[in-house]
Design a protein around this ligand. Structure first.
Ligand code: 6PG
Length: 242
């Protein structure tokens, strides 16, 4: 993918250490220039290792927690204490262990009806970025994972065609459940986009995305004027042509 950086670690711990180092760097540069760092976290299991590292004694001291605002790239239609909740995953592995002001945690209120949750999150984001009716938020960093989908943009979903809204609710047939997700225009306007992809099970889909041999949502992650970095482990990268 043109312009994207690919960083390959030995395993998920190594890729997470590399991603953590970049996270610390971007956070401190943003706070140094703008007085704040605005990040949207990803869900699923892969980022847990990164989140735990950021909360570790060594790294936590290097991060300006009080100036960071946390958002989420997507959320399952579940309350914040549900095992499926992306908010809960991040809270348990990171946010409960570091001095982030609670008013800086801008979770998706996915306990609401999906459309209401999406509308409320869109208002939260527009208000935070002081956007009037038009304009797009520019996150300093958005973390993404990879399945057949990314964020909660699934193959064939109408959500992939959204060109006006920041956030949409989307019904995922194969999961028989709703998701709430940031839309492609928002993801692509981030200053930094980090994909975290680990494990043999991701090797085929990663190859399909990076070598464009299938039409998958992650191929539509093309930064407008930002930096795209793929943090992989050797197992996930094992099917890439050298
Ligand atoms: C979610 C995520 C989703 C995730 C990928 C990879 O809510 O599930 O946002 O996009 O990043 O499915 O998940 P794993 O890291 O668990 O493989």
């Amino acid at each position: 993918m043109n312009g994207a950086e690919i960083i390959i670690g030995r395993d998920v711990a190594d890729l997470s250490e590399r991603a953590a180092a970049e996270f610390v760097g971007v956070a401190n540069r943003c706070v140094g220039t703008d007085g704040r760092f605005v990040v949207a976290l990803s869900g699923g299991g892969t980022p847990k290792s990164l989140y735990s590292l950021l909360a570790s004694a060594e790294l936590r001291a290097q991060i300006p927690w009080v100036q960071i605002h946390f958002f989420w790239g997507d959320e399952r239609a579940a309350p914040p204490d549900h095992p499926d909740s992306n908010y809960r995953t991040a809270f348990e592995s990171l946010l409960s262990k570091v001095p982030v002001p609670k008013e800086s945690l801008h979770r998706i209120e996915a306990e609401l009806a999906p459309e209401a949750a999406a509308a409320k999150y869109e208002r939260t984001i527009r208000d935070f970025f002081q956007l009037s009716g038009v304009g797009w938020p520019r996150f300093d960093l958005i973390l993404l994972g990879l399945g057949g989908h990314t964020a909660s943009l699934f193959p064939g979903s109408e959500a992939l065609n959204e060109t006006a809204r920041v956030v949409v609710a989307t019904y995922v047939e194969k999961l028989k459940s709703y998701r709430i997700t940031l839309t492609l225009p928002v993801l692509n306007r981030a200053a930094n986009i980090f994909f975290l992809v680990a494990g043999e099970g991701k090797a085929a889909v990663l190859r399909d995305v990076l070598q464009r041999s299938k039409n998958l949502p992650a191929q539509q992650i093309v930064p407008v004027d930002g930096r795209l970095v793929w943090f992989l482990d050797e197992a996930a990268a094992s099917s890439l042509q050298s």
